[in-house]
Design a protein around this ligand. Structure first.
Ligand code: NAP
Length: 292
């Protein structure tokens, strides 16, 4: 642990892969860090680097003005924190456990009733990225907490604050993950398409990664059309041109599921059937906004 003149007395609840990475970054920066985990034995490496280990979550809360919760889910956060509401009163809680926007707002309301300053966080990184370039953490809830602890939060990754509505960080987090999972499914669909002709997924990945990276350049153009609300603007690929029938047929010929591509085709088809075939591909957002 290095010396830090601005050391914060901080407690980390939850030493899974992510909680351990967060605590490690705090220790490296010289913050006086107490750690607690439900199952004993996970703190050893952190203790070797200068952490204090607390026997109970209550002991951990009492030893810090700032409490970080990095547990499994919303239910586990309540399970650990509900009995400690009185001890947490007057302290600051930053919860970076993944929760839904509604759960984040519920926890913020619970904290407000208990007199706890509350900031909600959504981590856009995997544990080994914490404290490295590419890691970012999204926050919403108390602006005072965010600004007071911003230098500490920056230790984990680039920090962005979205506003007092505690659900916003989670909403952004899950919206970004939605894009990621659908992209991953698209990549894996492509890998399944070429597999029957003996192409390995690894070989396909070397082609898919630069292709998909280049295609993200289209996001801004789609976004401008969506924000402008006029899908008839020129130089866009039309919905009729975007028909995915040939990809569906080729997938079926390869003997694989067509579900991933059929999902996109359905979104396109609903707009064509509604008479918008000559309009741009970005118009499928209207299918998404208005469930069929
Ligand atoms: N790992 C990632 O890549 C990543 C990325 C972004 C966000 N996150 C989020 O970060 C949070 C932690 O993830 P992780 O990767 O550290 O998960 P993990 O390795 O599975 O660790 C889960 C942690 O939660 C604790 N826990 C589970 N249920 C509990 C309960 N009822 N009471 C007390 N403690 C309980 C576990 O304690 P025990 O050791 O006693 O089981 C452990 O410390 C999750 O919300 C996850 O979505 C993770």
């Amino acid at each position: 642990m290095t010396t830090n003149n601005n050391s914060v007395q901080v407690s980390v609840l939850g030493l899974g892969a992510m909680g351990s990475a967060l605590a490690d970054a705090l220790l490296k920066a010289g913050h006086a860090t107490t750690v607690w985990n439900r199952t004993p034995g996970k703190a050893d490496a952190l203790v070797a680097r200068g952490a204090q280990v607390a026997a109970t979550a209550g002991d951990a809360v009492r030893s810090g003005r700032l409490v970080i919760a990095c547990l499994l889910d919303h239910a586990s956060v309540h399970e650990v924190l509900d009995p400690l509401a009185d001890e947490l009163a007057g302290r600051t809680l930053i919860n970076v456990t993944t929760t839904s926007p509604a759960e984040s707002r519920e926890l913020a309301a619970w904290a407000a009733r208990a007199g706890i300053a509350y900031l909600d966080g959504g981590i856009m990184a995997v544990p080994h990225m914490i404290g490295r370039p590419g890691s970012s953490v999204l926050y919403s809830g108390s602006a005072d907490v965010f600004h007071q602890y911003e230098p500490l939060l920056e230790l984990w990754g680039a920090s962005t604050y979205f506003g007092e509505d505690a659900g916003l960080a989670s909403l952004y987090d899950l919206a970004l993950l939605a894009g990621m999972y659908v992209m991953f499914a698209g990549f894996l669909h492509g890998a399944a398409m070429v597999a029957p002709v003996g192409v390995t997924a690894s070989e396909f990945a070397t082609r898919a990664a630069p292709w998909l990276t280049a295609m993200t350049g289209a996001f801004q153009g789609f976004a401008e059309v969506v924000d402008g609300g006029d899908y008839t603007v020129e130089r866009q690929q039309s919905l009729l041109f975007s028909d995915l029938g040939h990809i569906l047929a080729a997938s079926a010929d390869q003997g694989i599921s067509t579900e991933v591509v059929a999902m996109v085709q359905r979104l396109i088809r609903r707009q064509i059937d509604a008479g918008h075939g000559e309009e741009g591909f970005a118009r499928i957002i209207e299918s998404i906004k208005q469930p069929g």
